[in-house]
Design a protein around this ligand. Structure first.
Ligand code: NDP
Length: 306
């Protein structure tokens, strides 16, 4: 079997076209949706994520503001910034890029964001709303996974879904979303015993653990849908060959950047067993940004209604 690729970049581009139209409509009515992204310190990965979010904002017509604070910023200083952003009428979404430096209490900062501007969906009010199936903001990566499954008309009701990872930003909210869509959900984590056997029971297997190519063929039921949320780096030619074979694009990527991206799923092994699978990159990553844009426009639409 050669798995069909679920093209996240394609679905993200379709969603972005819809979001841009909604944004244009709001802007014509005098409300341009605005997203403020706060970056503390100089973590290179965080910087890349924030810049890519800001670029997408601009491309879709949203107002974007990036506030960069020094690595030694205190919790009080960050709270003061969040308080200002909460009151600004031109800012509809606030995103504080994680991880924050160790001296800052991330939970206190998340709780300080106005839940109506919490487009990441991390505030306890929005977590509660999601659990209770009430209107709020759904975290972007889990929402992106659902959008992808829906685009390809992959059924969820009655399906056995296994989610590897229970983080509050991916595994846990994704498990709730799948449950709300009538899947039978099993959540696995670092203390799960016989992980491969549990994973093999899945019609839909979702990997969100942050471990390079951890999910091998023994984890995958033949024909299963495999969604790879993980983003990891491969930095040696031997590893590139082990995971991707002699793929010239991957070898060129390694040569140019010093690494190539890989998920939590072994790409070559999964391709031989799964029915459907997401690539890394070009799978869930672009959908995460698309959902952030959509949540920001949604926040602006709701602000107009209030
Ligand atoms: P966390 O580190 O917060 O959580 C990882 C989860 O995986 C934990 O629940 C942990 O278990 C579990 N886990 C770790 N190792 C194992 C193991 N060997 N066996 C079973 N379970 C294990 O990560 P995130 O949820 O934030 O991210 C997961 C991955 O997704 C990362 O690669 C991250 O880069 C990527 N990511 C991608 C995004 C995208 O846009 N595509 C967005 C967000 C994240 P325990 O709870 O017991 O510690």
């Amino acid at each position: 079997m050669v798995a069909q690729i679920l093209d996240g970049a394609l679905v993200a581009s379709k969603l972005n076209t819809e979001t841009a139209a909604r944004c244009a409509d709001l802007t014509a009515r005098g409300v341009r949706p605005g997203l403020a992204a706060v970056l503390v310190g100089d973590n290179p990965a965080s910087r890349t994520y924030v810049s890519s979010k800001a670029k997408t904002c601009t491309r879709l017509g949203l107002y974007s503001e990036v506030v960069t604070l020094p690595a030694e910023t205190t919790t009080a200083e960050l709270l003061a910034l969040v308080a200002t952003l909460n009151t600004r009428t031109d800012i509809h979404g606030i995103l504080v890029q994680m991880p924050l430096p160790a001296q800052i209490d991330a939970q206190v900062v998340i709780r300080a964001i106005d839940p109506e501007k919490d487009v990441d969906g991390f505030h306890p009010v929005n977590v509660g709303r999601l659990a209770l199936r009430q209107e709020g903001f759904v975290p972007c990566t889990p929402a992106g996974v659902l959008a992808l499954l829906d685009h390809y008309d992959l059924p969820l009701r009655g399906q056995r879904a296994v989610v590897l990872g229970r983080s509050t930003i991916v595994g846990l909210p994704l498990s709730l979303l799948l449950l709300h869509r009538d899947a039978t959900v099993t959540i696995c984590h670092s203390r799960t015993t016989d992980l491969a056997a549990v994973a093999r029971s899945a019609d839909i297997l979702i990997a969100a653990i942050g471990r390079t190519a951890f999910v091998t063929e023994t984890f995958i039921r033949p024909g299963a849908v495999v969604i790879d949320v993980g983003i990891n780096q491969v930095t040696t030619q031997a590893d590139v060959q082990a995971y991707f074979g002699d793929d010239p694009a991957r070898l060129a990527d390694l040569e140019k950047k010093g690494y190539t991206l890989i998920g939590d799923v072994h790409p070559r092994q999964a391709a031989e067993v799964a029915g459907y699978m997401t690539p890394v990159p070009g799978g869930i990553g672009p959908l995460t940004i698309a959902m952030l844009m959509r949540n920001t426009v949604l926040a602006a639409e709701r602000a107009c209604r209030r």
